[in-house]
Design a protein around this ligand. Structure first.
Ligand code: CTP
Ligand code: MG
Length: 229
């Protein structure tokens, strides 16, 4: 069985300390877009949402409004993103073999991307949404003096969904916690185990809403392209 964990327990500091997963984009709360993508993805059996306890009722109401039948639990998050992921894992039904972790802050996600990441997780243990880089990237020192230009053909940014075989993800996050290592994505925890990580190239827009302008831009894409961009 396969679960999806939707993360919505952050503080939204960079967008002005707001619970950004619940702001309205066009005509829906941001988190509803990710819930709908999971609902229509036939490779996902159930959904766990991780959020603040004061939002539990809101999530239940959104699930009802948008006919999300796969929602199995809503649980509290932790201080760091990786703590929220572990909290979500603890709520997965015991028969779960594969899991896709997804940021509620990425409302442009498509069901097909979940499927591609999960298919790779089944085959390789991991399947991580990744994007090509269009800018030139420089490595610099603390004084902003350029050390070198990186070869962007070999660079990718990682996004979510990130799909894993569940035992591998648990092992990786436990290792990071036991060694006091904070990671910025789940793939980075798997890297600590020196396990291979399979990226899934996806070049449709799947940006994360981090600052206010992002919310405006994503709303525009959702409204005028219906998210097909
Ligand atoms: N997240 C979470 N638990 C945390 C931190 C983050 O569930 N302790 C979730 C956020 O809700 C978001 C996703 O992880 O959907 C990506 O994180 P980010 O964009 O950094 O969101 P925030 O942490 O809320 O924002 P900021 O870092 O600006 O405070
Ligand atoms: Mg954050």
């Amino acid at each position: 069985m396969t679960g999806a964990i939707i993360l919505a327990a952050g503080k939204g500091e960079r967008i002005g300390n707001i619970d950004k997963a619940f702001i309205t984009l066009v005509d829906k709360p941001m988190i509803a877009y990710s819930l709908l993508a999971c609902e229509s993805c036939t490779d996902i059996d159930y959904i766990v949402v991780v959020t603040r306890p004061e939002r539990f009722d809101t999530v239940a109401a959104i699930a009802k409004d948008f006919n999300i039948t796969k929602l199995s639990s809503v649980v509290a998050g932790g201080n760091r993103r990786q703590d929220s992921v572990l909290s979500g894992i603890s709520a997965l039904p015991s028969q779960t073999q594969f899991v896709a972790i997804h940021d509620a802050a990425r409302p442009l996600v498509k069901p097909e991307l979940f499927s591609l990441c999960l298919a790779s997780a089944r085959k390789n243990g991991t399947g991580i949404a990744a994007h090509k880089i269009y800018d030139t990237v420089k490595e610099c020192n603390d004084d902003c003096i350029v050390l070198k230009t990186l070869n962007r053909e070999k660079l990718r940014t990682t996004a979510t969904p990130q799909a894993f075989s569940l035992p591998l993800l648990i092992k990786a996050l436990t290792y990071a916690n036991d060694n006091d290592i904070t990671v910025t994505d789940d793939a980075a925890a798997v890297e600590l185990l020196s396990e291979p990580i399979q990226l899934i190239e996806w070049n449709d827009n799947n940006m994360k809403v981090t600052i206010k302008e992002d919310a405006l831009f994503v709303s525009y894409l959702l409204k005028y392209f219906k998210g097909n961009c």
